[in-house]
Design a binder for this molecule. Structure first.
Ligand code: AQP
Length: 332
């Protein structure tokens, strides 16, 4: 039986956080076993914020090397850079014309980002439609997402339904896959806020390249609560700080939250933090070793990048041709 198709992307907007690893890359690695996966380095999406040429170039190769270090296989899956496949922008324009202004105005991520961003460009507004193009271009069945992206998947489905209602079954309607244990890793000092690589306060995040010393400092300063006696239990509503730390530890050690709660029964918050520090340091040191192995071979990385684009284009062209033919843009 043909494997179902997964599509997911990541922006080359700088060094990744443990949130990006838990919410995206570690999931990607696991999904490869069961699905045919198409992973995209979303450089076009990253342009919604000004990018310096050399930095963007470097970030793209960095992300590719991190993906390989996390176990993304260019043989099993397709990994490519979004701008290398022009069909994304082509489909984007067409889907713009099938999306209502009103539904775009309701996108909560846009509303949140305009408070933080002085450069409110149309690209930022259009971001979810480009994402819809990414997904629909590959006839994607499933999209692994963090909680913050659920609304964008709903929009993608709405656009696909709308298009299909007019022209017949052109697009596969994608479904989301939500990783319940780690769909949103929160800031270390404000567990009501998502951990984000572009967060201006570095104390909020664990960067995959933080040294052991910095990791120790950041975890020691991570917010917990003042419950007495201390209670190490997952309860996001009442104990967001401890719950966030438990999710991080659970994902890094691949030990269930239930088991962790048992292990830390009658222990204090310092014990929990020490365990997170030890496990994170071991885990990240191993990951970085693999990363440098790939990052030092640019020729190999570029080869993977160009080969990935070639394979992605082949798939993307099939859908785009179908769309062009159906709406009356092709001539024979
Ligand atoms: N805190 C998080 N918890 C779980 N998953 C997360 N992801 C991001 N942050 C968390 C997942 O990582 C993937 C790639 O994200 P992206 O780079 O395309 O953009 P993003 O979601 O906007 O990630 P950041 O870190 O917040 O980036 P900036 O600061 O550049 O906007 C996605 O699958 C996302 O769900």
């Amino acid at each position: 039986m043909k494997k179902k198709i997964i599509f997911s992307g990541i922006q080359p907007t700088g060094s990744l956080t443990i949130g990006n690893y838990i919410g995206a890359l570690s999931q990607w690695r696991k999904l490869q076993k069961k699905y045919f996966c198409i992973f995209c380095i979303a450089d076009l999406h990253s342009l919604t914020i000004y990018q310096k040429k050399d930095v963007l170039n470097k970030n793209i190769l960095d992300i590719l090397a991190i993906c390989l270090a996390c176990g993304i296989s260019p043989e099993k899956s397709i990994i490519f850079v979004q701008s290398h496949v022009p069909q994304h922008s082509q489909l984007n324009w067409i889907l713009n014309c099938f999306t209502n202004f009103g539904e775009m105005k309701r996108m909560t991520q846009f509303k949140e980002k305009i408070y933080l961003n002085k450069n409110i460009n149309i690209g930022l507004f259009n971001y979810p439609i480009l994402m819809a193009s990414d997904i629909l271009l590959y006839q994607t069945n499933k999209v692994p997402v963090g909680k913050d992206q659920i609304q964008h998947i709903e929009l993608t489905r709405d656009i696909a339904y709308r298009f299909n209602n007019i022209y017949g079954n052109i697009f596969t309607i994608p479904e989301k896959i939500l990783n319940t244990n780690g769909s949103c890793i929160m800031s270390l000092t404000n567990p009501q806020k998502k951990m984000s690589k572009s967060d201006p306060d570095n104390n909020n995040i664990i960067d995959l390249f933080d040294s052991d010393f910095i990791i120790k400092q950041k975890i020691k300063n991570a917010i917990t609560d003042s419950n007495y006696p201390p209670n190490i239990k997952y309860d996001f509503k009442n104990k967001p700080g401890i719950s966030n730390l438990l999710i991080i530890l659970s994902n890094i050690t691949e030990c269930s939250i239930k088991k962790l709660e048992q292990n830390f029964k009658n222990k204090n918050y310092n014990n929990l933090k020490e365990s997170i520090i030890d496990n994170l340091c071991i885990f990240l040191n191993k990951l970085r070793k693999k990363y440098f192995f790939y990052r030092n071979d640019e020729k190999y990385l570029k080869n993977i990048m160009f080969n990935g684009a070639k394979r992605a284009k082949k798939q993307a062209n099939i859908t785009l041709k179908k769309v062009y033919d159906t709406i009356g843009l092709s001539f024979k």
